[in-house]
Design a binder for this molecule. Structure first.
Ligand code: PMV
Length: 450
């Protein structure tokens, strides 16, 4: 377990006099290797590492935006070991073969809505908790680093997406920043070809960005041989798309909001593994597979800025997490269903209260909401609950026992175009069998659309 100490007091070490006031510094037990240090801070700033003499005792690191250094440097005691142990040299290099990973979306049972940082850290105002889905819905990502590639290239669902230049989407810019950061950790300078495909509609509120970002970070970490923990990967994935941090783990996953300004304590962790409640299912009722009209990045900011109701949301969500943990622990579908429905409604109420209003739910979504309430009323308890992300498609959480009943109700609404079913999934994995999306010889995607 790592322990971080803010502004660790160091006296008698002359290098500290060089550091600008207000520096950020962390200290770690010496058992932590230097190449794992920077994963806690997604920064492209040069890094200064200061070890006490002979690498024993504590390792102290500072990122030095205001120091006049242009490359990574290392001090042992207060002797400059010029660039001998820079971060790149300490890390492993990229593999030259294609790496392929498969990951899945997660459905938030208590939602993340509203950030406290808008510089790209994606730290949230409230903690959230989710269920990772199985591979019924999945993202497959293949990537390769090669000195034969003249630039970084990304294909999503067969279409090339720009990762640099003016006016690229925010998430693509974050993705590029992550790629640069992880590449730097590995010490390689080679460009990457990244090919990613979703087995489900993208940007339709079915967490495609969560699945995509988590799978990408997992694949990058493996391709670059970085040997990162899932927790550190979750901190990095969070910075591409907040909810992505939860897709690094299987089962029921909590994203701790954290309180530090640098986001190092805002990470995901598993609360129950995927075997804990095998009967639990998510029936995904697709009513409209088209792209959502307001991106979640814009929505988060607009709600925090303008909704009066939003001020009550963080506290409500924190209590909801407690209730979800208890409901899952007791395998209590009644309590679980009620808690997720109330949280989804609460989040969508703050969206409607945003100015101008954001409305992801459609008449079709409302038919499903009414259908579930009627069904639960007839049963005398909640046998299923709905929850909606930033889109009109419903996730209905229930158990195998009530599957037939829920599907009949859905059919009766007449609004569902397609229903998929998922149990809890295990989180991302490497695909060792033949499943690459890249033609390794041609260094091209196998299925590009032109
Ligand atoms: O991770 P983002 O920025 O796409 O935001 C996702 C927000 C919700 O899906 C609505 C809720 C959640 O916690 O997943």
């Amino acid at each position: 377990m790592r322990t971080y100490y803010e502004d660790y007091a160091v006296s008698g070490v002359s290098i500290w006099s060089m550091l600008a006031p207000g520096r950020r510094c962390i200290s770690l037990p010496s058992s932590v290797t230097a190449c794992t240090l920077p994963t806690a801070y997604c920064t492209m700033e040069p890094i200064l590492l200061a070890f006490n003499s002979s690498f024993s005792g504590w390792v102290i690191a500072d990122f030095c935006p205001r120091l006049d250094i242009t490359k990574d440097v290392l001090y042992v005691g207060d002797i400059l070991e010029n660039n001998i142990y820079n971060v790149g040299n300490m890390a492993k290099h990229a593999t030259s073969a294609v790496t392929t990973a498969v990951g899945t979306p997660n459905i938030a049972l208590i939602k993340y809505w509203g950030k406290r940082d808008y510089t790209g850290l994606n730290t949230p105002n409230n903690s959230s908790i989710s269920m990772t889905l199985d591979e019924t819905l999945s993202t497959r990502t293949s990537l390769i680093f090669s000195d034969k590639l003249s630039k970084d290239t990304l294909y999503i669902n067969g279409i090339e997406e720009a990762v640099s230049g003016e006016n690229i989407p925010e998430k693509s810019a974050y993705l590029k920043r992550t790629l640069d950061y992880m590449r730097k950790l590995s010490g390689t300078k080679e460009n990457a070809l990244i090919v990613s495909e979703n087995s489900f509609p993208s940007s339709a509120g079915i967490a495609s960005s969560a699945s995509g970002a988590a799978t990408l970070v997992f694949a990058l970490s493996n391709a670059l041989n970085l040997k990162m923990s899932l927790k550190d990967m979750s901190i990095i994935a969070r910075q591409i798309s907040g909810s992505a941090c939860r897709s690094l783990f299987g089962g029921i996953v909590k994203w701790n909001k954290g309180s530090k300004a640098d986001g190092t304590d805002s990470y995901a962790e598993q609360v129950f593994d995927e075997t804990y409640w095998p009967e639990l299912i998510d029936i995904i009722a697709i009513v409209d597979p088209s792209k959502k009209k307001v991106s979640s990045s814009i929505g988060h900011a607009a709600t925090v800025k303008t909704s009066v109701l939003y001020t009550a949301r963080p506290k409500f969500a924190e209590k909801g997490i407690y209730d979800i943990e208890k409901a899952v622990k007791d395998r209590d579908i009644d309590m679980l269903s009620m808690t997720i429905m109330r949280d989804s409604n609460n989040m969508h109420a703050t969206m409607l209260d945003t100015w101008p209003p954001i409305m992801y739910l459609t008449d079709a979504s409302k038919e499903i909401i009414y259908g579930i309430h009627d069904m639960n009323d007839t049963e005398g308890k909640c046998i299923a609950g709905y929850t909606f992300d930033a889109g009109p498609n419903a996730h209905i959480i229930t158990t195998e026992k009530y599957r037939k009943r829920v599907n009949e109700m859905l059919e009766h609404t007449g609004v569902v175009r397609k229903a998929l079913e998922s149990h809890m999934g295990k989180g991302p994995r490497l695909l060792r069998e033949d499943g690459s999306l890249i033609d390794e010889k041609a260094l091209k995607p196998k299925h590009a659309k032109h």
